[in-house]
Design a protein around this ligand. Structure first.
Ligand SMILES: *Cc1c(COP(=O)(O)O)cnc(C)c1O
Length: 475
């Protein structure tokens, strides 16, 4: 299996190259040359597998440059009950007839991003050792990505993490989770700006090829293909758990921000997993809901990006959407490039409403969408507690709000649970009038000493900081 850029750069890459590079050279995103097809015989054979074995089978279709025995060992040491809290790894919780939560947030940092990041950490350590190389990971986070990346990379040989976050915009718990890490290879950078400023700096630094090469810069933010493929696995697991031997489809609702999670659902569906509908839920930052409803993709300005009570979905643009649009346009790379490069740069938006391929997208790709507001979020948290004795976090509540509108009789609906309530205590108190439960291992985390550097939203300043740290470490 080889990987190509959504913007048509001619280089074909191996899996481990996309692992270390993140973004393609032309600014596009790596996608597999074709989606491997999973037929009914394979689905039947996979149904009874444990999560790590299922992960191995799915990954094997995408990885041709790691010996199978090594890949299997990596899957087994990643998806352990001790790390993810249960042998099922992503168990379903039944709320109602045909309505389930798929629990993706019982890993080390209590958000679904651990599902991919823990695998990524082990793969990166493996590949760097094999190449006798080092890597400096530069990332941007609005909360959950950063802590998941840091917990996946802490103490790993050959890796340093430089994680930018918008200064003062993460929840107290999220800040404490990240900034309390004392590992030498973890560097927190608080940027005076919003999440998109952080993401722009990643893009800008990564497009300075000379700097990137000299300092061995890589990315782990949601554009990394390996994160997408790691997430594909739990769509299979959720399907097997919900369908109990029936071959009928399932619907899945995904609380969405950067389109990484639901992009994995799209890939699973392209592989032949019987997902009937993929329901995309946004919060008030409804860039993606607008795109799926109207065909217009309009990047929001900084002033139009709202700070909401589901902050991990506060985005002004969705960096993984390009992968879907590439498929929507029947993999026309030059058209994809002109949309995401030229039109977004010139106008800040593009419009596919007149394209027949957009008009048939809902049918071809199963997408539906909807948005949820602060009031919806609170009402759903209360309602889910009252009716089902279950406490959901604000992001999962956005998923439930939108998912319930799209439930169809006969088809199980899986709503992906993306975080644990304790990460968003203030909103939980507002909804339920009390503090959410806190797993014991996080007691007192806010009081620990912190390691964080505050910098202005300027790519050059960040480059200088990285260069200084790397130089200090190597001499
Ligand atoms: C990252 C995140 C999301 C959004 O996921 P994307 O892959 O960016 O669409 C939703 N909920 C939580 C809790 C998250 O951490």
């Amino acid at each position: 299996m080889h990987y190509v850029s959504t913007r048509g750069h001619s280089g074909r890459k191996q899996f481990c190259e996309t692992l270390l590079e993140g973004l393609a050279q032309d600014g596009g995103l790596y996608v597999p040359e074709t989606y491997p097809h999973v037929d009914d015989t394979m689905l039947d054979a996979w149904r009874a597998l444990s999560y790590p074995s299922l992960a191995f089978e799915v990954l094997s279709l995408y990885v041709s440059d790691i010996p199978p025995a090594d890949l299997k060992a990596i899957c087994e040491k990643t998806y352990m009950p001790e790390i993810f809290g249960s042998p099922d790894i992503t168990p379903l919780r039944k709320l109602d007839t045909g309505l389930y939560l798929q629990q993706l947030s019982n890993g080390p940092t209590l958000a679904f991003k651990d599902m991919a990041m823990q695998l990524l950490g082990n793969l990166i350590e493996y590949e760097l050792a094999r190449r006798h190389e080092e890597l400096n990971i530069l990332g941007a986070t609005s909360g959950d990505t950063g802590s998941a990346a840091e917990y996946a990379m802490r103490g790993k040989k050959g890796v340093r993490v430089f994680m930018m976050s918008p200064h003062g915009r993460m929840s107290a718990f999220q800040q404490a989770q990240m900034f309390s890490l004392q590992d030498d290879n973890i560097h927190n950078i608080a940027i005076d700006g919003v999440f998109d400023d952080c993401q722009d700096i990643v893009k800008r630094v990564s497009s300075d090829l000379e700097f990137k090469r000299r300092h061995r810069i890589g990315a782990v933010n949601s554009i990394n293909w390996v994160r997408i493929v790691a997430q594909v696995v739990y769509y299979f697991s959720g399907y097997f758990q919900a369908s109990e031997g029936r071959s009928a489809g399932v619907d899945v609702t995904v609380p969405s921000g950067n389109f990484g999670n639901i992009c994995a659902g799209h890939v699973a569906r392209m592989m032949g997993l019987p997902i009937s509908r993929l329901v995309l839920a946004t919060n008030e930052n409804d860039v993606l809901d607008e795109f799926f409803r109207t065909g217009v993709y309009r990047v929001r300005s900084r002033a139009d990006t709202l700070e909401t009570s589901s902050p991990s979905m506060d985005i002004s643009k969705a960096s993984n959407l390009e992968r879907f649009v590439f498929d929507l346009l029947d993999r026309d790379a030059s058209r994809t490039k002109s949309l995401f490069d030229d039109e977004l740069r010139e106008r800040g938006s593009f419009d596919l409403s007149g394209d027949p391929r957009f008009v048939t997208a809902a049918t071809r790709f199963g997408f539906r969408s909807g948005k949820s507001t602060h009031a919806d979020r609170l009402a759903t948290i209360r309602d889910t507690w009252g009716r089902y004795n279950t406490v959901v976090d604000p992001h999962t509540a956005d998923g439930l709000t939108v998912g319930r509108i799209h439930t169809a009789p006969e088809t199980p609906m899986l709503v992906l649970e993306t975080a644990q309530p304790i990460k968003f205590a203030a909103t939980m108190r507002e909804a339920l009038g009390r503090q959410p439960d806190r797993p014991q291992r996080f007691d007192g985390i806010e009081d620990l000493p912190r390691r964080v550097k505050v910098l202005p939203p300027d790519a050059q300043t960040v480059k200088n900081y990285i260069a200084d740290v790397v130089q200090a470490a190597t001499c």
